[in-house]
Write a protein that binds this ligand. Structure first.
Ligand SMILES: Nc1ncnc2c1ncn2[C@@H]1O[C@H](COS(=O)(=O)NC(=O)[C@@H](N)CO)[C@@H](O)[C@H]1O
Length: 143
């Protein structure tokens, strides 16, 4: 799994068209979203993650918690992003992993939104620009 973490003044998105034949079913409310003072986490779930989804979720949540505590972010945006890797996991596996990351972060007390899966989306992001505002993390099962 590859993650790009951007500490931002805000992240907002608007769903446009379907990017998969069968994208995640979403409500009218989920077609737009915005969070302020947010740690935006762009996530590419990779083929290798299919070997042990539970482990990779655990590692990803630990990394996100670590960065969130460093930048003092309580709001987290989990954003599916298929452009950080050329070895993508299947959509079904990727969606399940992203949903579980969202759930675990909520259990940890964070205010979490997850952007809809399988859609082209317009988004606006305002990176804060401090030294820890742009970070990347890679987690894989087994190592
Ligand atoms: N492995 C993945 N990790 C993260 N997001 C994914 C993954 N696979 C699919 N998605 C989601 O599905 C959308 C489309 O995925 S995609 O791989 O780019 N596929 C396409 O664009 C298809 N139109 C052609 O393959 C992405 O924008 C993202 O929302």
């Amino acid at each position: 799994m590859r993650m790009l973490l951007i500490h931002s003044d805000y992240l907002e998105y608007e769903v446009k068209d379907k990017a998969l034949k069968k994208p995640e079913e979403i409500s009218e409310e989920q077609k737009r979203g915005r969070l302020e003072e947010v740690l935006a986490v762009f996530v590419s779930v990779e083929k290798v993650d299919e070997q042990n989804p539970e482990e990779v979720v655990e590692k990803a949540v630990a990394e996100i918690k670590d960065v969130a505590s460093q930048v003092k972010a309580q709001n987290i945006f989990v954003y599916p992003f298929a452009h950080l890797s050329s070895e993508l996991a299947s959509p079904d596996v990727a969606l399940e992993i992203l949903k579980t990351i969202e759930e675990k972060l909520k259990e940890e007390g964070f205010n979490v939104k997850r952007a809809p899966f399988g859609y082209y989306k317009a988004f606006k992001l305002s990176c804060k620009g401090h030294p820890l505002a742009e970070l990347s993390r890679t987690v894989v099962p087994g190592e």
